[in-house]
Design a protein around this ligand. Structure first.
Ligand code: FAD
Ligand code: FSA
Length: 437
């Protein structure tokens, strides 16, 4: 049946991509859209429920056609951060430092940053050049650091607030959000006549729909056999609470990212906390299922492995040593789903004609919040431009005999994908409800 503006559309997951999809469908005039999520927006398990996320036009591939498509997608997103009244208030054009230390890391930096395409970029080759970016606070030795300072058209977004703004606007335009558990927790898709006809929630309610859009992030693999195209992988983040008198000093510093060590932001305005992530190829949680297959299964935790704490403190000792021994005010693991090539899966399922996938954000999917829903809506309307479709299509053939330990171009820590089953010690940071970030 062709999709019409009154077709019933069910979005599973009100996280980053689900909220964006809800907003774009509403803006296109769809009048019968429902979103299900076990948590109210911002969901406690959404990767987008975070204080800040890097917004940059970073590339992840050096293949010409992939670069070209990613440029188109990044431009759409940037346009949203700069011009869309829903998103504009949350974007901070502080600039971003992209850096590395080893020759392998510097080679990768050459893929991530394309100085020839950035109008406002300068190279950083000496420690004092890093310190000069914010002399009052970047007091470290920056040993061996080299990189680029992208001075504008790059920065960070207040992630959680932008996510809530997208959801509110979608709701204002008529989208229905069913949040909380059991009423919003999907337990299964409805597989019927070689198709998907909606979903069933934990309260037993059957949500029949003409179109079902799966945007469940790291949890998506629980509902459909992705043929190993998704690998739930987690990263680690902590906060440090600044003293009230310190906040102004740290304000307006660029995002500082070393692709082998980690990154941090200026403090957010609401709480005056600095968020720091240690960089590494990620953690899986490999678990043998009842069917004998081994898969990574996400779980929630508001602590990080002690080894991640050590990496954060090392990063601080090289950059802002005055903070290196401060206690953490918050810690969390955060899950995404990596595809084998870190490209997205935004496509109509080839075997279930009423199922559309908005999955595989591959640890880089927040920056597209303003625009990714438009690409997902295009997939539902079967009008994704061919060259974009080629890159983001359902492609199980590239996941055959998948190497679950593939670093996918990432560095840091032991330079290998780690597994939470091997972690012996966790931090003991005071618990804070994630909804009160
Ligand atoms: P999510 O936002 O996680 O949404 C999934 C949703 O599915 C959630 O709301 C969840 O509640 C819901 N769900 C789960 N189970 C069910 C169920 N049973 N029924 C219904 N709904 C369900 N990207 C950037 O661009 N810049 C960055 O700086 C950046 N930093 C990152 C730092 C960390 C530590 C991590 C982990 C990721 C980072 N990312 C970044 C990546 C980015 O956050 C993700 O790619 C993006 O948020 C994924 O969006 P999503 O909608 O696919 O998943
Ligand atoms: O915009 C960016 O390239 C940062 S994405 C941030 C991050 O923590 C990655 O550094 C990490 O490797 C993983 O992809 C989760 O997201």
């Amino acid at each position: 049946m062709p999709v019409t503006k009154s077709s019933s559309i069910l979005i599973i997951g009100a996280g980053t991509w689900g909220c964006s999809t809800a907003l774009h469908l509403a803006r296109r005039g769809y009048t019968n859209v429902t979103v299900l999520d076990p948590y109210p927006v911002p969901s406690a398990i959404s990767a987008g429920n975070d204080v800040n996320k890097i917004i940059s036009s970073g590339q992840y591939s050096s293949k010409k056609d992939e670069v070209e498509v990613n440029e188109i997608i990044a431009e759409q997103a940037f346009n949203g951060w700069k011009n869309d009244p829903i998103f504009k208030p949350y974007y901070h054009d502080t600039g971003v430092v992209m850096s590395a230390t080893t020759s392998e890391g510097l080679a990768r930096l050459g893929v991530r940053v394309r100085p020839e395409d950035e109008p406002d970029v300068s190279e950083l080759t000496r420690p004092e050049q890093f310190r000069q970016l914010a002399p009052a606070v970047l007091k470290g030795n920056f040993p061996g650091w080299r990189g680029y300072h992208i001075r504008s058209n790059a920065g960070w977004a207040h992630a959680r607030n932008a996510l809530v703004a997208a959801a509110r606007e979608a709701q204002r335009l008529g989208v229905r959000f069913v949040a909380g558990s059991p009423q919003g927790r999907v337990i299964t898709l409805i597989f019927e006549n070689n198709d998907v006809k909606g979903a069933v929630t934990a309260d037993g309610k059957v949500w029949r729909a003409e179109q079902t859009i799966l945007c469940a992030g790291a949890a998506a693999g629980q509902f459909l056999d992705f043929k190993d195209q998704l690998r739930p992988t987690a990263w680690t983040l902590v906060h440090i609470q600044l003293k009230p008198e310190e906040r102004a000093q740290y304000k307006n510093m660029p995002v500082v990212f070393n692709i082998e060590k980690g990154f941090f932001f200026e403090p957010d305005e609401e709480r005056g906390e600095i968020k720091i992530c240690d960089e590494h190829p990620g953690y899986t949680n490999m678990t043998t299922g009842a069917d004998g297959r081994v898969r990574s299964i996400p779980f929630e935790k508001t602590q990080v492995p002690r080894e991640a704490e050590m990496r954060v403190r090392k990063l601080l000792s090289e950059t802002m040593p005055q903070l290196a021994d401060r206690p953490f005010s918050f810690a969390r693991i955060c899950w995404c789903a990596d595809t084998p090539n870190r490209e997205f899966i935004i496509d109509r399922h080839p075997e279930y004609p009423s199922l559309v996938l908005g999955c595989g954000a591959s640890g880089r999917g927040f920056k597209y919040l303003p625009s990714i829903g438009s690409i997902i809506a295009d997939a539902m309307e079967d009008k994704t431009p061919a060259k974009i479709h080629k890159l983001i299509r359902w492609s199980p053939e590239i996941a055959i005999n998948r190497d679950w330990g593939d670093r996918l171009g990432r560095f840091g820590g032991p330079n290998r994908v780690m597994d939470f089953n091997e972690v012996k010690e966790w931090t003991n940071v005071t618990h804070r409800d994630i909804s009160k970030l």
